[in-house]
Ligand binder design. Structure first.
Ligand SMILES: NC(=O)c1ccc[n+]([C@@H]2O[C@H](COP(=O)([O-])OP(=O)(O)OC[C@H]3O[C@@H](n4cnc5c(N)ncnc54)[C@H](OP(=O)(O)O)[C@@H]3O)[C@@H](O)[C@H]2O)c1
Length: 290
């Protein structure tokens, strides 16, 4: 297993698990095979995973319910991280839930479905991309400070351990840091999608855990999946490892504050992804990957 890092003051392995691939297609509804989904979670813990990322709106309620069914009572060393700020419509569409009272309801819904009194960390998932161009009167245009005030209140009440930010730009991250402690940042970033570099660099400079989502390229085709990338495949072949291991090892090599949460619905892929912790990319590989 990988070396450890610190998240919300707790030691975690640098490779954790993202629970977004566990529900049905489109992260909506139950999994195709419930036993297989439970097996992935149990195997993750067996292999030393102690950082799981989830959201009540995965399913909705499916990822959290599976985590509860597979793992409760939770291991003492497990750091559970969720996110608020989003919701789903009847057809599975992604919608914002950005208003302070919606953030509070989101935290409460996570506590209920995970059956815990306090969650280790909550990422405020900004949904600016869903409100872009919308009328200013749209009630999902909420100042960051108003949102953070609600999360700070929830932290003061003991319902959340730490506050993270997700899908923020560098100005929003600076604003957040001026407002309160930020325990992690979760933004999209991988070998072939590096437009978040300014936020990545600020997190490195400030020693804030940076937890890239879509580390392999996502299940949605958002960027090229590492398994489809020629340079990644060539390095993998030369080193005798797999393409996903190269993609994840590349992320780990970027900076010590990077923590990974690759998502999978398969035990085989989980085992492969965790194996990335043992892969060292030599200079030639790093140069080839660009
Ligand atoms: N904050 C946010 O807004 C946000 C947004 C998105 C995601 N996240 C979090 O970030 C985590 C990671 O992102 P992600 O799951 O969306 O994308 P990802 O980890 O980049 O990629 C997941 C995709 O890769 C496949 N995959 C995984 N391991 C593989 C392997 N060893 N070989 C081949 N294919 C493999 C998965 O399919 P299989 O199921 O078949 O393995 C799935 O299609 C999520 O699980 C979620 O917890 C957060």
């Amino acid at each position: 297993m990988t070396e450890t890092a610190t998240l919300v003051g707790r030691p975690v392995h640098r490779i954790g698990f993202g629970a977004m691939q566990l529900p049905g297609k489109g992260v909506f509804g139950p999994p195709r095979d419930r036993d297989a989904a439970l097996a992935v979670l149990r195997r993750a813990i067996e292999l030393g995973v102690n950082h799981i990322d989830t959201a009540q709106y995965y399913g909705p309620d499916v990822s959290n319910e599976l985590i509860h069914a597979a793992l409760h009572p939770y291991p003492d060393d497990l750091v559970l991280v969720t996110k608020v700020g989003g919701d789903r419509d009847d057809k599975g569409g992604w919608i914002g839930a950005q208003r302070p009272e919606q953030l509070r309801a989101g935290v409460e819904a996570n506590l209920r479905s995970l059956q815990i009194e306090r969650i280790d960390a909550v990422n405020l998932r900004r949904m600016d991309e869903h409100t872009e161009g919308a009328d200013e009167s749209n009630d999902q245009h909420v100042p960051l400070a108003d949102q953070l005030a609600e999360l700070v209140a929830l932290r003061d009440e003991g319902k959340i351990g730490g506050i993270g930010l997700s899908t923020v730009d560098v100005d929003q991250l600076r604003e957040g840091l001026d407002y309160t402690d930020i325990v992690c940042v979760q933004n999209a970033y991988n070998l072939r999608q590096r437009d978040d570099q300014p936020v990545f660099d600020l997190c490195r400079e400030r020693g804030i855990p940076y937890v890239p989502y879509f580390p392999l390229g996502s299940a949605f085709g958002v960027s090229v999946h590492v398994t489809q990338d020629d340079a990644v495949k060539s390095v993998a072949q030369r080193l005798g490892v797999t393409a996903t291991q190269v993609g994840l090892a590349w992320l780990l090599a970027q900076s010590d504050n990077v923590l990974l949460i690759p998502g999978t619905s398969s035990v085989e892929h989980l085992e492969e992804n965790l194996g990335a912790g043992d892969v060292t990319l030599d200079d030639e590989a790093l140069a080839e990957l660009g």
